[in-house]
Design a protein around this ligand. Structure first.
Ligand SMILES: [Zn+2]
Length: 488
């Protein structure tokens, strides 16, 4: 891409509620946007559907959409799904079969804008489990029962995603694909927060994963035994039932006894990254000129453990670009919650106020005091530092785009008629539990400062997120102001 990419994530709801022309004109004129990231498929409210009840931004339809399901907002071509028991991807039930890619792309092109598909794995989505045969693709947990999410190492699940990708890239002249999957692995999950053992999130012991483990010489029985003990450890620490040697020492002792705990985390994470490789290869085979990139989950900013598994030097070999979630405002409440969580996990021997300064040092972040995080968010220097880390880490092999926070909701969700996400869903992992007074709010000045910091850190693009449907238009002006300053 020549010049700076200025992207924005938009779901089908906005085009339906406001009209394709209005939305495209608005983001181009007010936000200096030159690339639209069209959310399809998605079953995830962070990228699809309207704004949360009570948080309407002053455009779009100011009403709840409690029945929103999601799915594919493009036309489905069943011939691309012959290699999976899941069959063709389902059309989203909303909007009467309206084809977002077919309707928006030509209009975007007319305005000189590029179009990317934003594909959201949405592994937690309840609706996915209603697909015939989806149960055969589920992970298996430490108690040998089907878990709640699909397994990356299940060929039917992988082939289903590859079918979606092939269908999309052969049916539409897209400029790029941004693929997103926000899931922490079993070890990350157990050390970073209290996790109820019945949730079926400590995985995966399906036949495919056991076979892969065998190839690596890892005993799945030993891994499963270790994880069962770690689940008990997690429950004890989080309930304040502290072992005499404390949280950290007993955790490390488990690692010494069961090195399979680490091997299994790597096996799980490698499954996710192998799907990245398969998607990239699929696209390269047919549309080598198309840009392909991965969303980097914001957990990478907060958790040194998760970060260690997201190695930019490795990822840069399998991506044209990485979109890193450097959402500065919501980072405040999210980091606050993350610190509170790990202070009831592997750092359960200490209080959040003690854990926090050490984490800032380890993560290379600078921010105000712990108590002020939910109110202040993180400064623009956070965006700049995270971009710089990715640019240096990627050694110039791929572009780095910074995700810019524009009105991402903070505080507990205002659900209206909707149901709460299930505990343990990724929507709560990085959520904040700091509901109360004076939570950070996006301002045009904050958007402008974040964008300037991203480009001065070495980014070649920014992507306004998480979805247009919840963005206040005056905050898009901040993007335009930043670009105007850069272009003078
Ligand atoms: Zn599995």
């Amino acid at each position: 891409m020549t010049g700076r990419l200025v992207g924005i994530q938009i779901g089908a709801a906005s085009f339906i509620d406001e009209g394709v022309h209005t939305v495209l004109d608005t983001v181009q004129e007010r936000g200096a946007v030159n690339t639209v990231f069209l959310a399809t498929p998605t079953w995830n409210r962070t990228t699809g559907g309207r704004a949360e009840p009570g948080r309407y931004p002053g455009h779009g339809i100011q009403d709840d959409d409690p029945g929103w399901v999601g799915g594919n907002y493009a036309t489905v071509h069943p011939e691309f799904y012959g290699n999976t028991i899941l069959g063709a991807i389902g059309r989203a039930p909303e909007y009467d079969g309206w084809d977002m890619l077919g309707s928006v792309m030509p209009e975007a092109r007319r305005r000189g804008m590029k179009s990317y598909a934003l594909m959201d794995e949405s592994s937690h989505a309840r609706h996915l489990r209603s697909y015939p045969n989806f149960l055969k693709c589920l992970e298996v947990d430490i108690w040998n029962k089907p878990a709640r999410r699909p397994c990356f190492n299940n060929p039917d699940y992988r082939n289903w995603h590859l079918g979606i990708v092939e269908d999309t890239i052969k049916s539409y002249e897209l400029d790029g694909i941004l693929w997103s999957s926000e899931r922490p692995g079993p070890l990350d999950r157990l050390i970073q927060e209290p996790t109820r053992q019945g949730l079926g999130l400590i995985t995966c012991y399906c036949g495919h994963c056991k076979t892969l483990a065998g190839e690596r010489g890892i005993s799945w029985r030993r891994a499963q035994e270790g994880y069962r003990k770690l689940v008990t450890w997690n429950a004890d620490i989080s309930q304040g039932d502290m072992p005499s040697d404390g949280a950290f020492v007993t955790f490390w002792r488990l690692l010494l006894t069961y090195p399979e705990l680490l091997s299994w985390q790597s096996l799980w994470a490698d499954g996710q990254h192998q799907l990245y490789r398969d998607i990239l290869g699929t696209i390269r085979a047919f549309r080598p000129e198309m840009q392909v990139g991965w969303n980097i989950y914001q957990n990478s900013s907060f958790s040194p453990f998760y970060r260690a598994g997201q190695h930019y030097a490795d990822l840069s070999h399998i991506a044209d670009f990485l979109k890193i979630s450097t959402y500065s405002g919501v980072a405040g409440p999210r980091l606050h919650t993350w610190i509170a969580g790990i202070s009831r996990g592997v750092f359960g021997d200490a209080d959040p106020e003690l854990v926090y300064p050490l984490m800032l040092k380890i993560l290379g972040l600078d921010a105000g005091d712990y108590a002020s995080l939910p109110r202040d968010g993180l400064p623009a220097t956070y965006v700049g530092r995270e971009v710089r880390r990715a640019v240096v880490g990627g050694e110039g092999r791929c572009e780095i785009y910074a995700g810019i926070d524009v009105d991402i909701p903070v505080g507990l969700p205002r659900l209206g008629n909707r149901s709460l996400p299930s505990p343990g869903d990724s929507s709560l992992i990085n959520a904040d539990t700091t509901n109360g007074v004076d939570l950070v709010q996006t301002t045009p000045e904050r958007v402008k400062a974040d964008i300037l910091a991203a480009f001065s850190g070495g980014a070649t693009g920014v992507v306004l997120g998480e979805k247009y449907a919840q963005m206040r238009l005056e905050n898009l002006d901040g993007a335009k102001a930043a670009l105007a300053e850069l272009n003078t």
